[in-house]
Design a protein around this ligand. Structure first.
Ligand code: TRP
Length: 346
């Protein structure tokens, strides 16, 4: 029961795509930072499966990944009694509002999105229109719920800017209907976790080498093995130095994220140590965080009926909220809303 829908609370919305198993990068960089927001915000956390369709997916796998991602949210501390946890495709207003907003987004703006340019490069055989309008669907996700803040990583900042531009443009033409959202970009608190083998790159769930990434569901031994094989350097000094010692810096960053300690504390803790100790202790710290998450996850996945019940309830409540925005948006545009008002009781 999300009881916090009191108007005094600001609204926070975030989401992730169900495109595979999540890494500790997703955990420390995103999901872990959602959890404390539940205290002070009216929070919604969405599994954006429609976004995932912009890259070809295997239906069986997609079905599984959607539930797994929702379970990971909850196993990591997103509490469905405090937050709406739901699947994007179960709330049809996302696609509806996306269509309307697409008429407020300029081709030139969408062409400038670096993620589009990247993905168009990587999926050259399938540069579909959805890949291009992806940020418009994201704008719809956010604007449907009147989100004040959107916790996202640095890489989504440009999409957030576009969301704001679309909302401002809409409001300028039709009145103050849409809430203008602010990005909540983690500074030090959230770690930007790098690839363990190529620390100049961000850790990615689609990295080719297994040793590059630590998955949330990896077992203790696998986590230890991956950290032991992490790339470092031959300088033999433990310090934060992103340019010359990206690997060591990454291990320190991960240790901080897993223990909740500050950079200075990490330096204190590891001063005069060898890389071997840094690797093993980082693995242990990560396992200490992952252990309970894996256990919660197992319990959630053992009862898919209950998981689906929670998600259906989340979708129902989300749809009710989304419908209020839809009716307002449609009304100011001159689209008929009387029938919708009656059906939804809004
Ligand atoms: N584009 C985001 C990502 O790849 C996922 C996303 C979709 C999202 N809709 C959103 C994030 C709305 C925040 C808010 O990470």
């Amino acid at each position: 029961m999300a009881t916090q829908a009191s108007p005094a609370r600001k609204i926070a919305f975030s989401a992730a795509q169900p495109t595979g198993q999540l890494t500790i990068g997703n955990l420390f960089g995103a999901i872990q930072n959602w959890v404390p927001l539940q205290e002070h915000y009216d929070t919604l956390f969405c599994v954006v499966d429609l976004h995932a369709l912009t890259v070809r997916q295997d239906p069986q796998q997609l079905r599984r990944h959607i539930l797994e991602l929702a379970a990971i949210y909850m196993a990591s501390g997103v509490d469905p009694r405090q937050s709406e946890v739901f699947i994007q495709s179960q709330v049809p207003q996302h696609a509806e509002l996306a269509w309307i907003l697409s008429t407020f987004a300029q081709l030139g703006e969408l062409e400038r999105m670096t993620q589009f340019k990247d993905k168009a490069q990587r999926h050259r055989h399938n540069v579909n229109a959805g890949l291009f309008t992806y940020p418009v669907l994201m704008a719809a996700d956010i604007l449907l719920y009147g989100a004040h803040v959107v916790p996202v990583g640095e890489d989504q900042k440009q999409h957030l800017e576009l969301t704001r531009d679309i909302a401002i443009r809409f409001n300028n033409l039709f009145g103050p209907v849409l809430q203008i959202p602010e990005p909540l970009i983690p500074t030090q608190g959230a770690a930007r976790v790098r690839d363990l083998q190529y620390p100049e790159k961000k850790m990615s769930k689609s990295a080719e080498a297994e040793l590059s990434r630590v998955m949330i569901l990896d077992d203790d031994a696998t986590v230890l093995k991956k950290f032991k094989k992490a790339v470092t350097d031959s300088l033999g000094e433990i310090r934060f130095n992103e340019d010359a010692q990206a690997g060591v810096t990454n291990l320190l960053t991960i240790w901080c994220a897993a223990t909740g300690r500050r950079q200075e504390e990490a330096l204190d803790h590891f001063s005069h140590n060898m890389y071997g100790k840094l690797k093993v202790e980082t693995a242990e710290a990560v396992n200490a965080v992952l252990g309970p998450i894996r256990e919660n996850y197992r319990q959630l996945m053992a009862d898919p009926g209950e998981l689906e019940r929670i998600l259906n309830q989340g979708a129902e409540r989300a749809a009710h909220r989304a419908e209020k925005t839809m009716v307002q948006v449609m009304d100011v545009l001159g689209l008929p809303v009387a029938g919708r008002r009656m059906r939804a009781g809004v």
